[in-house]
Design a protein around this ligand. Structure first.
Ligand code: COA
Length: 182
């Protein structure tokens, strides 16, 4: 994958380092209520130590080549994460996940980060299919695969448990053949 990927002079994606734990925890904590609406892991991130173990797991995943999570940095500050939560190498499928601090929404930062991840997925990882699964009511998240030309393939019912209820997922996918026409 990559260690560092500059998108503009203000915006870059980079691998996490263990020393990012405090900053990652601070941005998670400041966005707790907002992130909790759509992400299942927020209640489990209760301390800097939890963020440190999360970073550790992303680095291990990178080393094992089983996925990839990058920090989204804006003006050198961590403002979110994006990457492949899972890769199925046999079928060459990447499953993309992301979140962005509320303070940085509405400027295209998540979409442009995702475009870079998708390009890397096809060009560097040689994936054939990339998938983004969004809760059916998460319109802001769905707008990202829509902007990037993903096809909406349907609804996976009760696909995720979010604290006290199930949510249905809208499944978006982009095939290599559609992204790079002959
Ligand atoms: C999902 C999430 C990342 C979307 O964030 P976002 O800020 O709406 O997405 P972007 O950063 O791509 O910004 C898009 C906005 O910037 C605008 N924009 C500006 N420049 C742009 C550009 N170059 N490219 C794309 N959009 C651009 C778009 O028109 C859009 O505006 P709108 O908000 O008025 O519709 C964010 O809401 C989030 O983290 N939510 C909580 C966690 C979550 O839901 N994660 C996903 C789980 S599946």
């Amino acid at each position: 994958m990559f260690h560092q990927y500059r998108i503009t002079d203000r915006h870059e994606l980079r691998l996490f380092q263990i020393t990012d734990a405090e900053e990652l925890f601070a941005v998670t904590d400041a966005n707790r209520a907002y992130l909790r609406r759509w992400l299942p892991w927020v209640d489990g991130a209760r301390s800097v130590a939890d963020s440190r173990s999360y970073i550790d797991s992303t680095l291990q995943q990178f080393t094992e080549n089983s996925g990839f999570v990058a920090a989204i940095c804006y003006d050198e500050q961590i403002v979110g994460t994006i990457g492949f939560n899972e890769i199925n190498w046999h079928s060459r499928i990447g499953y993309i996940g992301y979140w962005l601090a509320e303070s940085h929404r509405g400027q295209g930062i998540a979409t442009t980060s995702c475009r870079s991840i998708v390009e890397c997925g096809f060009q560097i990882l040689d994936l054939n299919r990339q998938v983004i699964a969004c809760a059916v009511e998460n319109q802001r998240s769905q707008a990202i695969p829509q902007r990037l030309g993903f096809s909406c393939e349907g609804v996976a019912r009760q696909a995720e448990w979010l604290y006290d209820h199930f949510v249905d997922h809208q499944i978006y996918a982009l095939l290599r053949s559609a992204a790079t026409p002959p």
